[in-house]
Design a protein around this ligand. Structure first.
Ligand code: MN3
Length: 257
């Protein structure tokens, strides 16, 4: 059974319900893009309805990630940067043959020269995932991986600490703007790995990123300066170390195939 969103806006309650069910093995596990992704808004016959993706709401208050991420950074990051990717993605899709496709399908078809869709489609997906896998400091949700996710981390990295070290190191070494990822190998679901990509590229862009970076993204860490510079200035590693403590591992487990 494939989850079909009824609107283009991510609904956190729906997401939690679905990821909970998915964790119990009842339904196929959705990618975040499936939850946010429809290229066309519902249309009534005879109306010129607006077409496109919409900015998903945050599932928490703007200051809920403090002190790891400050409120001002969140305001600008979600309300301006992410909103800008959505707006430019919709503009790039106007009259484009890929208009109306899910974000996941769109990303998988991109070629390196599809600059507008690559930067803004990636920007929309990456940020939607980012907001989804973070949780407030006072959240009652799981704070450590468990079940199959914990087993796969153990088998792939040796321990959760080593997995987080690999992720933090990958984030620190990414030169310039980009993302560090925890990825599930699509041909061997028991294998998780860490990689990084430049700009707004991501592991779903199989026509763009190297084979070693392709797979199912479970965690994305934004290392663009806009994600941390107000509070951390050039201390990227401090930001990443604080951020990985805010990962909602129950949500991440629900994103695994
Ligand atoms: Mn960003």
């Amino acid at each position: 059974m494939k989850f079909k969103p009824t609107t283009c806006t991510m609904d956190k309650r729906t997401f939690i319900k679905i990821s909970g069910l998915a964790g119990a093995g009842i339904v196929a596990t959705p990618l975040v893009s499936t939850l946010i992704g429809c290229g066309t808004a519902p249309q009534s016959p005879g109306t010129a309805a607006p077409v496109g993706f919409t900015l998903p709401e945050l599932g928490f208050a703007l200051d809920a990630l403090e002190p790891a991420v400050d409120r001002a950074t969140m305001e600008i990051h979600h309300g301006r940067h992410h909103a800008g990717y959505v707006r430019k993605l919709n503009a790039a899709l106007e009259g484009h043959p890929m208009q109306g496709q899910s974000l996941e399908d769109l990303l998988a078809q991109l070629k390196p020269e599809d600059t507008g869709l690559r930067n803004n489609g990636g920007g929309h997906f990456n940020h939607a995932l980012f907001w989804t896998i973070l949780q407030p400091a006072n959240s009652p949700a799981d704070t450590a991986p468990s079940g199959p996710l914990a087993e796969r981390i153990q088998a792939s990295f040796g321990s959760v600490e080593k997995a987080l070290e690999a992720l933090t190191s990958s984030a620190a070494k990414r030169f310039g703007s980009g993302w560090a990822w925890l990825v599930q190998d699509t041909s061997n679901p028991d294998r998780l790995f860490v990689t990084s990509t430049p700009n707004q590229d991501n592991p779903l862009m199989t026509g763009v990123v190297p084979a070693a970076s392709q797979g199912r993204p479970l965690v994305g860490i934004d290392v663009w300066e806009h994600a941390y510079y107000l509070n951390y200035q050039n201390r990227r590693t401090d930001y990443v170390q604080a951020l990985v403590k805010r990962i909602n591992w129950a949500t991440v487990a629900g994103l695994m195939a």
